[in-house]
Design a protein around this ligand. Sequence first.
Ligand code: ADP
Length: 255
Amino acid sequence: GFGRIGQRVGELARAFNQMSGRLNQVFVMQKNFSHNAAHEFRTPLAVLKTRIGLFRKKRDFRPEAVQDFLQIMEGEVDRLSAMVSSLLELTNLEQMERGERLSPEQLIQGAADELALPAAERQISVLVEVPPCTLTGNERLLHRAVFNLLENAVKYSPTGGSVHVAGRQADGVFRMEVTDQGPGIPVELRRQIFEPFFRVDKSRSREKGGVGLGLSLVWEIAHLHGGDVRVRESCESGTAIELTLPASEEERGMP
Ligand code: ADP
């Protein structure tokens, strides 16, 4: 009857509104993203432009002056390259194969080994405790996600601090928790830190060579694998970030 049709039309209208709302959200996010990206590229470019202008004007060709000039140029170019690489990584994620079987223990230990040198330079100890188990996913991406979390823990740790990485698997979920003794993340920013280019303290992050894409990459990789990442706990004396990933199907007892 007419009532049924009216009901269907009502449902369709609701679905349509929901869809356009979601599309709108995507457009706003993309606009923000481009806006932020453009701003981030502008800074190193402005530094390059100013320095080149100064060099041209001063005409100081003593070897030390030339060395200084080149070093600043190189630093800014490295920064731009790092941004381009991270942005490219963020855009190609969906096409990546995700069927590799891998050991989180090896993945995490591998990332910790790569960070051994920067950690040792500041007397930071990194303790990894992960039981043997299996995950299914893209090894390179999951390595990147784990590495970024450990890198931040080391980067934001005080000299002499300790970083703890604990893994466990239960109820079909693998959980990794990275705990550090860094400055913590304010409660109201605990979601925003996973957005592209967001940094709690721009100058502190910049000093440490960050471009603000590390955690958004972790977030994208976690979600691409059906997992999640969040700040589990944080105060002025440290942070615990938790990455969860579905365990591989065999481990969940599926055929
Ligand atoms: P960055 O390149 O700046 O490190 P990220 O995306 O990795 O960018 O992190 C975003 C921001 O979140 C950082 O600038 C920093 O302010 C904050 N942050 C990330 N990890 C930690 C941590 N372990 N302790 C304190 N702050 C952190």
